[in-house]
Design a protein around this ligand. Sequence first.
Ligand code: COI
Length: 360
Amino acid sequence: MTAQFPLVPTDHPTPPQTREEILADPGFGRHFTDHMATAVWSPDAGWHDQRVGALEPFTMHPGAAVLHYAQEILEGLKAFRHADGSVWLFRPELNARRFAASARRMVLPELDEETFVESVAALVRADEAWVPPYGGEQSLYLRPFMFASEAFLGVRPAQQVTYCVLACPAGSYFPNGVTGVTLWVSTTYSRASIGGTGAAKCGGNYAASLAPQREALGHGCEQVLYLGGEGRRSIDESGTMNVFFVTRDHQLLTPGLGTILDGVTRDSVLTLAAEHGLEPVQRTIDLDEMRDGFADGSMTEAFAAGTAAVITPIIGLKSDDFALTIGDGAPGKYTQQFRERLLDIQSGRAADTHGWMRRV
Ligand code: COI
């Protein structure tokens, strides 16, 4: 049965004028709404104490296992306001399934799909006034996460776990998310290996990305493009986004699942490909194939896809021994089409022909 998240409203809500000022320029992940959804798990009681209450700090024992061994998972999804004022979630059940898969990998308790979606919807209902207005590219970013809150220093799965959902009004993840980013192909660092945690959305993957990210920034690039596979010669993903390549003969290439994150935007783009006259192909993409492809024109566009990043054009690639500009350094035709199509569906301007939107 779906657990309910009753609302215990905050007694210190953000003044409406402050909220409006924040919504005028929310940035990404800088401002939080007034409430959070929470639940606690223990082996005897299962999931309990579900509620939506005031956003407030956790009181945590310094021995909480998450602080030592990073037994933690997270999700990211968005709510959009439509022209009639209604608010909709984009494919939340896919986030619920991936959250459960991440939980299995990190030996955390699973939350059933309905309860996950209800926790997010209940928070959005409580903080509806924080969903940015229709018409821009803004949305309400939801961050469900779960962590080992038991105080215990032995290395074993925690016997007490806390679940929480936060919400942030969000604009573009990258300042130049529409014009395009340049990726650093790191030969020093890798993100994942077979049998590792690459396919799980766990905090440790993001902690491990900070050193490569610093390397990328040092080379004037916004993000890292990781290599994986045999001898680290094939394209993996870009830390916060999956990557796609368009070929001259109308294929849409993306690395197959395994060590990469099974992105919701990735899945949506693969589903939409045929509508844009592209054949979706999931397969190993060799670094040399990509380099040569952009050099000889058989590859024509590259873009990245993620919940936070939406569709971000990739306009350049750099590494120790090469640097290339993709196309003419401007977002490609298909890249722009995918971005518009997705945003149109999410904000209700285009018919939801795939049944992806869930009204809150
Ligand atoms: C998302 O796209 O939702 C992500 O989780 C990436 C993030 C770590 C900003």
